[in-house]
Design a protein around this ligand. Sequence first.
Ligand code: KG4
Ligand code: ZN
Length: 462
Amino acid sequence: MIRELNEQDILFNNSLRTQDEFINDLTLGYVYLGYFLEDQLVSFINYIELVDVIEDHFVFTDPEHRNKGYALALFKYLINNSKKKIIIEVNTHNKAAISLYEKLGFKNLNIREKYYDDDDALVMVKEPDVIVMAIETSCDETSVSIIKNGNEELGTVVLSQMDIHKDYGGVVPEIASRNHTENITLVIAECLERANLKLNNITDIAVAYGPGLIGALLVGLQSAKTLSMVLNKPLIPVHHIAGHIYANNLMSPMQFPLIALVVSGGHTELILMTGHYQFKRLGSTLDDAVGEAYDKVARVMHLPYPGGPQIDRLAKLGKNTYPLPTPLDDETYNFSFSGLKSAVINLSNTMKMKKEPINIENLATSFQTRVVNILVKKTLKAMQDYQVNNLVIAGGVAANTALREAFTIACKDHNYNLTIPSFKYCTDNAAMIGAAAFYAKMAGKTSDLLLNSVSSEELTNM
Ligand code: KG4
Ligand code: ZN
């Protein structure tokens, strides 16, 4: 059991403090946190809590009870129960203790020379954990996630409305908003349960404020604002595309500079990042987004919505036989898919008129090959032009098998570091919003309650 000590407690013999010093420390405001085995005190840490920081003074474990993890448990307890920065000093020769503090998330701050007679002290600091509840409702997924420090997923719920919109061949905005409204509180409650947390464990509220369907976004935004107001926690607005990119940080820490290729139902963009939350758009689609082209082509092939995964599946069975045009292949980083999309639609209509059968597997492969080739070509050009070695891919179309394979091979050939999110982080989800929020907060991007949703907005540093 862990609890704070009081005047009635008796320190064990040979501890660093005499009983008188211990009582004196308590009157001075020092806190002693003790680990008890039944009623017996076996380890304690002593610290003082200042306005925005906790300074640890010493740790002591009864010699008979060492190496059992009691001191570690005390630190974990302190970290979990304090919302403040914690500072500790440790002898630079005490490698075991330093490695333990590193595991707990402490980082080196500075050295205090000759702090322990002849030895130096390493001062280490642990920033308070940022436990973000993130909300994503920009399209047809109602999603809530709890992410710790930008990379640790504590719990996520993604409630897809896909089955509802399927009957209409696409997302119906009004129906999406209504479903978000009905489900958002249930999804929040379920997410807390999965993470085994209570609302008062949450330190920040994040929300995807756009781009997306305004009515759908407003449901998430209003929920986030309410939570932020009632819990008195910072509100962090996250651009949906920043979220997609930061899905990669849930795989491994993002390395800079990097090029991000964002391919989703609403976006096709090449973005250069020189550091966290530093975005420079190099190019984007001039017409249809990749996912949109997939979905429209699938529609003329009479495949169910969303068409991307269907074409992906069929393309594995077909051959690249149809003479379709190459999408915009110039010196810019822009894309254009509407010509290719129209060519597939025209081809399919002509064949129907002539009553000639279409081989949909071959058509799927022919279309997909052109899409993937141009995405790889322009992305590699950006990598070379900007002399960048790190590539991240993001968005729903990043789930595409052929695209994943092509980029894996290309990056191997060029010795580039490639990260692609696992499937669950490719399509819309709140975990990616929670990951981005940590860095948005570090970049000072919290908002007041006047925050509004936007249907379209370029991703910039502002
Ligand atoms: O990122 P996302 O969930 O929503 C937007 O922000 O747009 O992306 C959805 C898009 C849809 O167009 C869907 O057809 C496409 O991603 N998609 C795929 C695959 N899985 C999803 N496209 C190609 N191949 C896939 N396996
Ligand atoms: Zn998306």
